[in-house]
Design a protein around this ligand. Structure first.
Ligand SMILES: Cc1ncc(COP(=O)(O)O)c(C=O)c1O
Length: 413
């Protein structure tokens, strides 16, 4: 059979919808400067879809640093992988500042978070080791697991009893193999907004011998008294052995980092295949990231504003009867009961008639049978934006309950 034949029959779990979703639900074009108000299909929309948590994407000082970095170094510099020819004093400075901020002795920059996480996992374990991981882990963790040649045991999402059971299995197994155990969770689960139970997992170290790796893509910059992350928020910085954060969210940039002891970070520096065999972060990004980190550390008011917007939005939605699931962070999911077509009609109504743009999330990003509208509050939003959104959500919720969206499907022109 021609390998392409099956593609003609099935475009994949998300791709199968692309005929009607492309350009609208998938691959939409948000135009204009990154802000809560942007243009979608020629009309201004109030946007709740960007992980620009602290509003740094368009901060004048950030824009200036980005411009200066590009003017002084160009996009190409440095050429090559860090190990071979792509190192610079600014890359190292950023690593030192990040490490100090997240409470670890050393850090290593990663050119993308996704590939970075895959490689962290790949380089930390061998076939004798066992990985115990949360069942709702991000795709980059799952892809890291796919490379693992040894056993992996999944525990029920955020269920510590389940984690204990899997650790018992893992402990029995490594007694035979002579390997070790790596536990992986997220700091903040980006789809549900639930915090990983880091503190409870760290407590399990009293019963089991393991190391803890956390993916804090959403928690870095947003969680904790100084914004250092979810490990700071839960007061268990030392219990997290390997900390991973991305620059794609609070830092409004691209790239990521991993932080740990000097020995482990240095091991990762020399063994992560996605970094050894790929180009270093370009200098303008590194210069811009130094400025972003300075602002992130020095402007607690941005984080406070983010939390004001998030808590006002969530309180208002809950008062109006919306199901926000288990979020205990700024990530604001709205779970709807309804068929996929109703959810898409509702989302279109929000966009076309209320000028509100939020993302719709379906399987396989979230479990089958759930439809989620995901709102990401940021420090750049205003309380007026929140009120307008609450009013609109009240109206569309009433329409949903009245069966309006069953009868009124929209056509995307
Ligand atoms: C939990 C989590 N981990 C990792 C990543 C990947 O990060 P990056 O965008 O830097 O590749 C993301 C981004 O979506 C994420 O949400």
């Amino acid at each position: 059979m021609d390998i392409f034949e099956k593609i003609a029959k099935h475009m994949g779990p998300i791709g199968q919808h692309q005929k009607w979703s492309h350009g609208y639900f998938s691959f939409p074009k948000l135009e204009g400067e990154i802000a809560p108000h942007m243009n979608f299909r020629g009309k201004e929309h109030l946007v709740w879809s960007l992980n620009n948590y602290l509003g740094l994407a368009n901060h004048p000082e950030v824009r200036k640093a980005d411009e200066e970095g590009a003017a002084n170094f160009g996009m190409a510099y440095p050429m090559g992988a860090r190990m071979m020819s792509g190192n610079s004093k600014f890359h190292e400075q950023l690593e030192q500042e990040l490490a100090a901020f997240v409470g670890k002795p050393d850090a290593f920059l990663l050119n993308y978070g996704y590939q970075g996480m895959v490689s962290i996992i790949d380089s930390l374990v061998d076939r004798n080791d066992v990985i115990v991981y949360d069942g709702e882990s991000h795709a980059c963790i799952i892809d890291g697991l796919r490379l693992h040649m040894g056993k992996r045991f999944v525990y029920k999402h955020n269920d510590i009893e389940s984690a204990r059971k899997q650790l018992e299995r893992a402990a029995r197994l490594v007694e035979q193999t002579g390997g070790g155990i790596l536990v992986i969770t997220e700091g903040v689960f980006g789809m549900s907004g639930a915090q990983g139970k880091l503190k409870e997992l760290v407590e399990l170290k009293k019963e089991f011998n393991f190391r803890l790796l956390i993916d804090d893509a959403h928690g870095f910059g947003t969680m904790g008294p100084t914004g250092a992350g979810t490990h700071e928020h839960q007061d268990c910085i030392d219990g997290v052995d390997v900390y991973f954060g991305t620059f794609a969210k609070s830092m409004a940039g691209i790239g990521a980092f991993v932080a740990s002891t000097e020995e482990i970070t240095n091991y990762l520096r020399y063994n992560m295949r996605s970094q050894t065999f790929a180009k270093a972060l370009p200098m303008p990004m590194v210069i811009g990231l130094l400025k972003r980190l300075e602002l992130l550390k020095g402007s607690p008011e941005l984080r406070e504003k983010l939390w004001t917007i998030a808590t006002t939005l969530q309180k208002g939605l809950r008062e109006r009867g919306f199901d926000l699931g288990v979020t205990n962070t700024m990530v604001t999911p709205v779970f709807l009961k309804g068929e996929l077509l109703e959810a898409t009609a509702l989302t279109m109504d929000l966009r076309e008639n209320y000028g509100i743009f939020c993302s719709i999330v379906v399987y396989p990003v979230i479990p089958k049978g759930l439809i989620e509208l995901r709102l990401i509050p940021t420090a750049a939003h205003t309380l007026d934006d929140v009120q307008r959104t609450l009013d609109a959500f009240s109206e569309v919720s009433d329409k949903l309950k009245a069966g309006h969206y069953k009868e009124n499907q929209f056509a995307i022109d």
